[in-house]
Design a protein around this ligand. Structure first.
Ligand code: SAM
Length: 272
């Protein structure tokens, strides 16, 4: 018997085409799968949707967990101290966001192409931004630049209220499917996140995962008092990580951190 880790929101049965291939998905726990190696597809009997066995990428074995532990150690050695952030990194299987052939790359501390000219951020960068954000369990967080959905999955380990917006339609749909396969439920939006997401504001925390030319004022207005915006700002080659805190209605403080290189933030308040 093989064991697959899948986080599910509800108990469901997945029955394979041939009777012998049966997967029982238990609530938020393990999936017991039998004779999977010959299976081509699985059917979700509850939603009557067909999910291809690409979801077998959702296998999280001891080997994967070991690779993740090593990655967390690397990130820790580079200076990340927040135990909750490190635990979140250890919790989320980064290889779920990669094609099967790129398992090794999934656990290297490097950014990696996700299509459409975009990248999944380097784990260190994800940890760095998340640490600066100081997410509390009751926080409502807005992420700008859903991309692969990896950063969003990390944020979801820290608070259930994560809103995420993506500019690229292909990546938006891909990430939504990914969240569904992992049983995660962020609030997902397609649109120009350089303007924030005013309809659901205010947010305790806003995280921008693409390099911005300026600090968009519209994002500042969507923070709660005490709320924080973490955003890389600079030219297209290099950006400084900034943390802006809204200390009063019209008063903000700005802290500066290390330099990074992000893909550009597009849209009205980004690079046109
Ligand atoms: N957080 C992502 C992850 O974990 O994979 C990494 C994102 S990648 C470095 C930056 C993302 O920002 C890209 O997916 C890009 O399409 C998106 N983006 C760029 N400009 C945007 C905008 N104005 N609104 C929303 N998303 C934007």
């Amino acid at each position: 018997m093989l064991q697959y880790y899948v986080k599910a929101t509800q108990t469901q049965s997945y029955i394979l085409k041939r009777k012998t291939y049966l997967i029982i998905l238990s609530n938020g726990g393990a999936v017991n799968a039998y004779c999977l190696k010959f299976a081509k597809r699985i059917w979700c009997s509850v939603e009557e949707r067909c999910i291809t066995l690409k979801s077998l990428m959702l296998i999280d074995s001891y080997r994967h967990k070991g690779m993740r532990k090593s990655l967390v150690r690397v990130v820790q050695e580079k200076g990340i101290k927040d135990q909750k952030v490190l635990a979140a990194l250890e919790q989320v299987p980064r290889h779920f966001f990669f094609e099967k052939a790129f398992l090794e790359q999934a656990y290297q501390d490097k950014a990696f192409p996700i299509g459409e000219g975009q990248t999944i951020s380097q784990p260190y960068t994800v940890a760095y931004q998340t640490e600066l954000l100081q997410v509390q369990p009751s926080d409502k967080v807005l992420e700008i630049g859903t991309g692969s959905g990896y950063q969003c999955s990390i944020l979801l380990q820290l608070t259930p209220q994560v809103y995420t917006i993506e500019y690229n339609e292909v990546l938006f749909h891909k990430a939504r499917k990914q969240f569904q396969m992992m049983g995660l439920s962020p609030f997902t939006f397609l649109g120009d996140g350089s303007e924030g997401l005013p309809a659901h504001a205010p947010y305790h925390k806003i995280l921008v995962t693409a390099g911005a030319p300026i600090i968009p004022k519209t994002l500042l207005r969507q923070l709660t008092i005490g709320g924080k915006l973490v955003i890389p700002v600079g030219d297209t080659g290099l950006q400084k990580m900034l943390r802006i805190t809204r200390v009063a209605e019209e008063e903000f403080t700005k802290e500066e951190f290390d330099n990074f290189k992000f893909v550009p933030l597009l849209g009205n308040q980004g690079w046109k």
